[in-house]
Design a protein around this ligand. Sequence first.
Ligand SMILES: Nc1ncnc2c1ncn2[C@@H]1O[C@H](COP(=O)(O)OP(=O)(O)OP(=O)(O)O)[C@@H](O)[C@H]1O
Ligand SMILES: Cc1cn([C@H]2C[C@H](O)[C@@H](COP(=O)(O)O)O2)c(=O)[nH]c1=O
Length: 201
Amino acid sequence: MGKFITFEGIDGAGKSTHIAFVSDYIKQRGVDLVSSREPGGTPLGEKLREIVLHEKMHLETEALLVFASRREHLAQVIEPALARGAWVISDRFTDSTFAYQGGGRGMSLAKLDALEQWVHPALQPDLTLLFDVPLDVARARLDATRELDKFEQEKSDFFAATRTEYLRRAAEFPQRFRVIDSTQSIAEIQQQIAAILDAFF
Ligand SMILES: Nc1ncnc2c1ncn2[C@@H]1O[C@H](COP(=O)(O)OP(=O)(O)OP(=O)(O)O)[C@@H](O)[C@H]1O
Ligand SMILES: Cc1cn([C@H]2C[C@H](O)[C@@H](COP(=O)(O)O)O2)c(=O)[nH]c1=O
């Protein structure tokens, strides 16, 4: 079996910035690596992503769509890659659903637990890098860069609850989470990630 590494954090925390670095760092070790993202990662998942990121909907519809995208992602990409011994890195996975639909939107965590048990009862990431940053820093980074999608336009209460749920999960699953202070410079963060990966190889 390969290894499964996920990247998490509120919008603007900086996770996408570090994925290319991690990808290069792992490939330099000769590892067969698949890089993907959620929602998305498959043709159907990318169509669902467009809907989830741009259409207003009931919070449970949103959770069901991200889990539908995830089921396809697991079947088409993640499970076959891990089975052949490749490593997979995914820009977001189920911790995002707990943080955004659970923390941010207030959906029952028991229902999310049930969906998780249904969709991937036996699989958890081997390593989750959580990029943690105060809300005002994340907001300033987003405002400086791009047009905002549905989630990125949410108010600070939403992101405060999202961040709280991320940190709660990091405390609940300390064996797989590594929390990175994303107010550090990009170079400092890369140094920290390299140390985490060196311990992981
Ligand atoms: N440590 C950092 N210091 C300063 N700027 C940063 C840092 N990390 C990322 N940035 C900048 O912040 C902006 C947002 O970063 P990035 O797109 O990686 O965030 P993200 O967490 O992936 O957001 P999203 O989940 O919405 O895609 C980018 O312009 C990036 O260059
Ligand atoms: C997997 C997943 C994602 N989301 C939200 C979180 C982000 O706002 C977007 C994805 O955008 P990114 O800039 O590519 O990170 O989708 C969610 O609400 N629930 C999920 O399960």
